[in-house]
Ligand binder design. Structure first.
Ligand SMILES: Nc1ncnc2c1ncn2[C@@H]1O[C@H](COP(=O)(O)OP(=O)(O)OP(=O)(O)O)[C@@H](O)[C@H]1O
Ligand SMILES: [Mg+2]
Length: 215
C-alpha cells in the first residue's frame, strides 16, 4: 500500500482543509497513514520554518530560502517519510518538492536545473505517486488565507510569503500548472473555487481509485 500523496497549490487554496478531511476518511477505513507537512513535519523542520516564515526576514535571498526548504525536506524524508513507507503506510504530505519548483524556481526565478538537483538530493529522488493540485485565482486564495489568519488570533498577521505581491502568487500558480502539464498522469487537477464538500468528494474518489489500483 505504500505511497506518497502530496497536496499542492497556492496559499489559501484549501490544501490543509482537504488533506485533514481525507485523512479522517482514510483513518475510518483503517488505511495506515502518516499525516505530515513541509517544512514543519519534523522538530528541526519546525525550527527551519520559523526562520522561513518570519516576516522580519524580508531580506532573505531566494537561494537561502531554497536551501532552507530543502534542508527541512532532507530531514523530513529521512526521519519521517522513508520510515513510514517502509512500514507500508500511505503518506499524506501537505506540500513537497513541487512547491520548491513553483515558489523558488518559477516565482523567485532561480535556475530550474539547480532546483531539480537540490530537490532530488533532499528528497533522495523520492517522487510523489499522486499529487493533488488545488487550483484557483490568487485573489480568492489570498482572501481565504487572510480571513483564516484573522480568525486564528495567535497568527493574525500574514507570513513572509502571504505578504508577497499578486504577481508573485500568480507566478506560483503558473509554476504549478507548468509542472502539471509536464506530468499530467501524476496529478489530479482540482478546481478549488468550489465548496469544501464538493471538492472533498472528488478528492476521496481519486484517492480511493488510486489505492484500489495498488491492490
Ligand atoms: N472550498 C473552500 N471554500 C471556501 N473556503 C475554504 C475552502 N477550502 C478552505 N477554505 C477556507 O480557506 C482558508 C484556507 O484554507 P486552508 O488553510 O486549507 O488552505 P491552504 O491551502 O492550506 O493554505 P496555506 O497555503 O496558507 O497553508 C481556511 O479558513 C479554510 O477554512
Ligand atoms: Mg495549509
Amino acid at each position: 500500500m505504500k505511497s506518497l500523496i502530496t497536496f499542492e497549490g497556492i496559499e489559501g487554496s484549501g490544501k490543509s482543509t482537504q488533506m485533514r478531511l481525507v485523512a479522517q476518511y482514510l483513518i475510518e477505513k483503517h488505511v495506515p497513514l502518516l499525516i505530515t507537512q513541509e517544512p514543519s513535519g519534523t522538530d528541526i523542520g519546525r525550527k527551519i520554518g520559523g526562520i522561513l516564515f518570519n516576516r522580519g526576514h524580508h531580506y532573505m535571498c531566494a537561494e537561502t530560502e531554497a536551501f532552507l526548504f530543502c534542508a527541512a525536506r532532507a530531514q523530513h524524508v529521512r526521519e519521517m517519510i522513508i520510515p513510514a513507507l517502509k512500514q507500508d503506510r500511505v503518506v499524506l504530505c501537505d506540500r513537497f518538492s513541487d512547491a520548491t519548483f513553483a515558489y523558488q524556481g518559477i516565482a523567485r526565478g532561480l535556475n530550474l536545473e539547480f532546483i531539480k538537483i537540490i530537490n532530488d538530493y533532499s528528497s533522495m529522488l523520492l517522487k510523489p505517486n499522486l499529487t493533488f493540485l488545488f487550483d484557483l485565482p490568487v485573489e480568492i486564495g489570498l482572501q481565504r488565507a487572510t480571513e483564516r489568519n484573522n480568525l486564528l488570533k495567535e497568527s493574525a498577521f500574514s507570513d513572509r510569503f502571504e505578504r508577497e505581491n499578486m504577481d508573485f502568487h500568480k507566478r506560483v500558480r503558473e509554476g504549478y500548472l507548468n509542472i502539471y502539464k509536464k506530468e499530467p498522469e501524476r496529478f489530479r487537477l482540482i478546481d478549488a473555487t468550489r465548496d469544501v464538500d464538493t471538492i472533498q468528494e472528488e478528492v476521496r474518489r481519486h484517492i480511493v481509485d488510486f489505492i484500489n489500483s495498488l491492490n
